[in-house]
Write a protein that binds this ligand. Structure first.
Ligand code: FAD
Length: 378
């Protein structure tokens, strides 16, 4: 990683690893069991300046580069991908669009409290009938005097069961095609809004919900930015987000690999540690190799972004490869653990359940391949 890491990245990595191991790791079992994110982590991370580190100091952030953010995400995911998912829905998906196009009032009211962990955000794009095909969302927001009337439903929305605001996508003008999709800052408790928490098999320690908007009155100044039509911004948010999600997947893969390596050294069969059997040693060698490749892809994409270079191809390739790597590594980690691999007392089956979420979430592997195919001229 010498090509991409400076001394400051290494120092930060050590610092954040210590935080994750001492303050986050003890919370994981309870959060997974109760399927509830420990909300005080937002405040705690806000106090320490770890929550939304990329935004400028003017808004309470640290003005950090993308590489630093990826280091942070990798370390959090190494301990718990559920926590990393909730944190990334907050620190990127539901705040980046505000940072990019929000009015100064909106930044004061939403972004600054979000950076401190005082307000929790959620990003509501997906609908029951519109996942990969984002343009086919059906939610609408119709202007009526000083407010909009929001109608529609959303599903799989991270943080929605407890979020203070939902950055919600809806059509304001169908006549403009997908350019007629806008984002709204919808406050918790808005009349007509109901949220139901969903139960999941993966990332259990992150709360997910489905949301229904029945003629919700949304003040006109809660339209994000100065004017309607923010589809390009939504795409930019998702594209940049892919690099961060890839870092999460490297973290999960690393955790699974470390667990398998430890186990291969400790577990003895036929009079020797199982890691001494070539079949097991080669699995671990392949796991280590794939993780190194995935990590290089993540940090080279982050490096491009930090230098303002185009990185659509690199972001999608990193997302595709790192999420598929995390699934493969976690699956092999279970195999190396034998029967213990599927017992709850060992974390390896959690790593697989969590990794599987991200060959789907924030753009499926098939959609990443479509983007890459387009980039190579097909
Ligand atoms: C745990 C979790 C948390 C989430 N959090 C959020 C959130 O906070 N906010 C939010 O807005 N969304 C969220 N999502 C939604 C997520 O982004 C979508 O699940 C994802 O984009 C896929 O959409 P879908 O599930 O409707 O699948 P579909 O789009 O219906 O896809 C089903 C299958 O068809 C394939 N497919 C579809 N179109 C094509 C194509 N053109 N070419 C090839 N294959 C195709 C897909 O790859 C997939 O294999 C979350 C999802 C999960 C599971």
């Amino acid at each position: 990683m010498d090509t991409y890491f400076k001394e400051e990245h290494l120092i930060f990595q050590e610092q954040i690893r210590r935080f994750c191991e001492t303050e986050m790791a003890p919370l994981v079992d309870e959060a997974e069991r109760t399927q509830t994110f420990p909300r005080h982590l937002f405040r705690r991370m806000g106090e320490l300046g770890y929550l939304c580190i990329r935004y400028p100091e003017k808004y309470g952030g640290a003005g950090a580069d993308k590489i630093t953010e990826c280091v942070l995400r990798e370390e959090i995911s190494r301990v718990c991908q559920g926590f990393a998912s909730s944190l990334s829905a907050h620190s990127h998906l539901s705040t980046f669009p505000i940072y990019r196009t929000g009015t100064e009032d909106q930044k004061r009211e939403y972004l600054i409290p979000a950076v401190k962990g005082e307000k929790i955000g959620s990003f509501a794009l997906t609908e029951p009938d519109a996942g990969s095909d984002t343009k086919s969302i059906r939610s609408t927001a119709v202007r009526k005097g000083d407010h909009y009337v929001l109608r529609g439903s959303k599903t799989f929305i991270t943080n929605s069961p407890f979020a203070d605001y939902l950055l919600t996508a809806a059509y304001t003008d169908k006549g403009r095609g997908y350019h007629g999709i806008s984002l709204f800052l919808v406050d918790k408790g808005t009349p007509g809004m109901t949220i139901r928490k969903l139960e999941k098999e993966g990332i259990r320690s992150s709360d997910t919900g489905e949301v229904s908007f029945e003629d919700c009155p949304i003040p006109a100044d809660h339209l994000l930015g100065e004017r309607e039509g923010t589809f390009k911004l939504i795409m930019e948010t998702l594209s940049e987000g892919r690099i961060g999600v890839s870092a999460n997947m490297v973290g999960v893969a690393q955790a699974a690999y470390e667990a398998a390596l430890r186990y291969a050294r400790e577990r003895t069969q036929f009079g020797r540690p199982i890691g001494k059997f070539q079949a097991v040693a080669h699995k671990l060698a392949d796991m280590a190799t794939r993780i190194r490749a995935a990590r290089l892809m993540v940090y080279s994409a982050a490096h491009l972004l930090d230098r303002g270079k185009p990185c659509t191809m690199e972001a999608s390739a990193a997302k595709l490869f790192s999420s598929e790597t995390a699934v493969e590594v976690a699956r092999e980690a279970i195999q190396i653990h034998g029967g213990y691999g599927v017992m709850s007392e060992y974390p390896v089956s959690r790593y697989l359940r969590d990794a599987l979420v991200y060959t789907i979430g924030e753009g499926t592997s098939e959609i990443q391949r479509n983007i890459i195919a387009k980039q190579i001229g097909l």
